[in-house]
Ligand binder design. Sequence first.
Ligand code: HEC
Ligand code: HEC
Length: 182
Amino acid sequence: MFKKTVFVFIGVLALFFVACGSDEKKDANQSALSSAEDLGLRKTSLQSEDSVILPNAVYESAMPGESELIQRSFENAPPLISHSVDGMLPLSADSNICLTCHDKALAADLNATAMPPTHYFDFVNNKSTGDVVSNARFSCTQCHVVQSDAKPIVGNTFKADFQNETLKNKSNLIDTLNEGIK
Ligand code: HEC
Ligand code: HEC
C-alpha cells in the first residue's frame, strides 16, 4: 500500500514537471515568433515577400563564351556561373537551356565546361544515369549561382586550401567521394 502511494506521488510529480516544461517551451516559441521581423538579415517579415527590396546590384553581363572563369570557392565546390543568364531562367521540366551547352556530349564543341561524372550518377540507387543528366542535378541554379556586384551583408575571411593547383579550376569529386571513409 505504502509503495503504491509513493509511485502515484512520483507519477503526479513527473506530470507536473512535464507540464511546466512544455509551458516554458511554448513561451519561448511565442517570443521568437513575435520578433520574427528581427530574425532575418533583411529585417522585415519572413512570412511575406511584399516589402522585400532587392539589392541594387549589377549582374554579370558577359555572354557565355565571353566570360572569364572564376576560381572554385573551395575544393569541389560547385563552380560559380561566370556568364550572364539573361533570358535563361527560370528552368523548367520542358526547358533547360544550360544543358544545351554543358551536356557532356556538347560542351567541348562550345568551349564550355562539361558537366562532371557526378551529374550522370544516381546516388540513391547507386547506378549511372548514362548519357542523361541525373534528375537530382536538373535544377542547375539550385547549386550554381550567377554573380553580381552586391556587397556581402556578412563578412567572411574563409580561405580555401586546395590539394593541388588543378583543383582550383576543375572538380574531381567522383574520384574522392569516399575519401576518409573506411
Ligand atoms: C550558349 C551556351 C551556354 C549556355 C546556354 C550556358 N552556358 Fe554556362 N558556360 C558556357 C561557356 C562557353 C562557359 C565558359 C566560360 C565562357 O566562355 O564564358 C560557361 C561557364 C559556366 C560555368 C563555370 C564553369 C567552370 O568551370 O568554372 C558554370 C557553372 C556554368 N556555365 C553554368 C551554367 C548554367 C547553370 C547555365 C544555365 C542557367 C548555363 N551555364 C548556360 C556556355 C553556356
Ligand atoms: C545539387 C547541386 C548541383 C546541381 C543541381 C548541379 N550541380 Fe553542377 N556541380 C555541383 C558540384 C558540387 C560540383 C563540383 C563537384 C563535382 O564534380 O560534382 C559541380 C560541378 C559542375 C561543373 C564543373 C565540372 C568540372 O569538370 O569541373 C559544371 C560545368 C556543372 N557542375 C554544371 C552543372 C549544370 C549545367 C547543372 C544543371 C543541369 C548542374 N551543374 C547542376 C553541384 C550541382
